[in-house]
Design a protein around this ligand. Structure first.
Ligand SMILES: [Zn+2]
Length: 380
């Protein structure tokens, strides 16, 4: 193996623009082929991060000079997509290596220092970035969110939070064919007709299950999701909401039952009074999410979050179900779900880009005003 070694230095990024949750990918590229890559997770802008990328010399014939070997760094897109995105490219000097033995060869590339603008563009795909001016899209004020989270965590709120009886314990059994593009588009505009097997009105007959007699709590990441939904849609219908499993849940495995850490890792949210597909899309972008079920459709991490038919008895037409991964990291993840109200403002200093959403903007170009709808197709 040949190993390419170097250091990533984010010292040029101002503290307030550095995002410790943002991951980058560094790749060795020979012409347009990725020979190897690693993901970097810098937790501090002040600490340079060393990396080494092994790759096979068989893929690479640099003895036939001039060879175009580069190291490329960008947002953590899949390696195959990286080259189609905005990256920082650094030509690797092969001088002096021509007669070195290839096996075990280490090629140092020195320090890579992305600039502020480049780093800012990478952040676009992952969420928020700063602009000059006022506010287009802001997270709820910390105090509001904390108060909402405290209210949800209270004994009173939890006492009547049993979820429906007809939930499926193992949704993987009910994953059907992938939805075609037309069916996916229709999810946005579909009239939803809850049928008799749905959970509407089931709240009145909900009773506590044995397993909820043990100490339990809703995973903090899901409490935050719920708090964001409540702040975004304060008048929403909550009759089909629920977290802790009822008796029928207790008799089988379910994310609605407390796990070995006492954590309830599923949340049902009533679809009335919210924009359910916005919640679905936000959930699919969150690192904690395992799967989402809504309107006879399941988006599962196991299937790359592609929309697939869901054939379980409960069609999930009155509520949508969010399950997170059963790991402590997913349960405790405090990152936002980016379900934030859009404020009416004429200028912006933070713009949120959510994949799948359409933004209506007024643009002024050469003194003319244009009304523009901007749809975000994908993140790289
Ligand atoms: Zn559920």
């Amino acid at each position: 193996m040949i190993t390419l070694t170097g250091t990533l230095d984010l010292g040029r990024i101002p503290d307030e623009q550095f995002d410790p949750h943002f991951h980058l990918r560094v790749a060795v590229v020979f012409y347009d082929q990725v020979l190897g890559s690693v993901i970097l997770k810098p937790v501090s802008r002040a600490l340079p991060l060393a990396f080494s990328i092994p790759f096979s010399p068989a893929q690479f014939g640099f003895r036939r000079l001039p060879a175009a070997l580069s190291v490329v760094i960008g947002a953590d897109a899949a390696a195959i997509d990286l080259l189609a995105t905005d990256t920082l490219r650094h030509e690797v000097s092969l001088a002096g290596l021509l007669h070195a033995p290839m096996e075990g060869l280490a090629i140092p590339v020195g320090t890579l220092r992305p600039g502020i603008a480049q780093y800012g563009r990478w952040l676009v795909g992952s969420g928020c970035f700063p602009l000059a001016g006022g506010t287009a899209c802001t997270p709820p004020a910390g105090g509001d969110l904390d108060a909402e989270i405290a209210a949800l965590d209270s004994e009173d709120a939890r006492r009547n939070d049993y979820t429906i009886e007809s939930e499926d314990d193992n949704p993987a059994r009910f994953v059907g064919a992938a939805l075609c593009a037309d069916e996916e588009r229709a999810l946005d505009v579909m009239e939803i007709n809850p049928d008799a097997t749905d959970d509407r009105g089931a709240r009145q007959v909900r009773v506590a299950g044995d397993c909820s007699g043990r100490p339990w709590h809703v995973a903090p990441s899901l409490v935050r999701l719920r708090a964001e939904i409540n702040l975004r849609w304060p008048d929403r219908d909550k009759r089909s909401d629920g977290t802790i499993g009822d008796q029928s849940h207790c008799e089988r495995p379910s994310d609605h039952n407390p796990n070995e850490r006492g954590s309830v890792n599923a949340f049902d949210v009533d679809k009335d009074g919210i924009a359910p597909m916005e919640v679905v899309r936000a959930a699919l972008l969150h690192p904690s999410t395992n799967y989402v079920i809504f309107n006879k459709t399941i988006w599962s991490r196991a299937y790359g979050f592609r929309a697939r038919q869901y054939t379980g008895a409960n069609p999930h037409t009155a509520h949508l179900h969010v399950s997170i991964l059963s790991t402590e990291a997913a349960e405790q993840d405090s990152r936002g779900w980016r379900i934030w109200p859009l404020a009416a403002a004429s200028s912006v200093d933070r713009l949120c880009i959510d994949v799948g959403r359409t933004y209506e903007l007024m643009l002024t170009l050469d003194g003319k005003q244009f009304e523009v709808a901007l749809t975000v197709l994908r993140a790289h």
